[in-house]
Design a protein around this ligand. Sequence first.
Ligand code: VGL
Ligand code: ZN
Length: 204
Amino acid sequence: MKALLLVDIQNDFCKDGALEVPDANRILPVVNKLIDSFDRIIQTQDWHPDGHHSFAASHEGNEPYDTVEMDYGTQVLWPDHCVQGSHGGEFHPDLNTQKSQVIIRKGYRKEIDSYSAFYENDQKTKTGLTGYLNDRGITDLYTAGLATDFCVKWSVLDGIKEGFKMHIIEDAVKGIDIDGSLDAAWSEMKEAGVDVVTSESLIS
Ligand code: VGL
Ligand code: ZN
């Protein structure tokens, strides 16, 4: 059974947002068409408390896009974004969220970032999505959203590890691209066995 996984389509990642992903808004009409063609829809929502440790402002002397070492490994520092309850953290108003059946919020613990829909960045703490999918008999996830080289990539890689068949809809994702991270992400996902599809093949 298949489902559509919509990753972090929130104001802060869209045009004029705090962590704007180039051309992010272009996926909105494509994603809305995909929503019409799926019966099971799952969304993720990046959802950080004020002063989250992934924010550059929480680290004296660091700027956004610097990297620092955390207990769980290397962390890119971001501008403040997707703060709980803020406008930036809301889904883009043009996204049709009406059919969404579950929303997985992530990154809500101050000390740890969470890119993937399945695991926090320690690669140990689960979000609960695996259990949800297994309980519902969902085997195939069609992935769209933001950003290709961070939350989409980690969701795809972890989904494969968790035993799901992961598909990425290439015209329904956009990336940030820090120092070649976008090309690297595509290579990693393909290496891991992601199935790359176009929205056209899915829209009925
Ligand atoms: C994301 C950076 C920080 C993403 C979330 O959704 O890809 N990127 N938080
Ligand atoms: Zn974030």
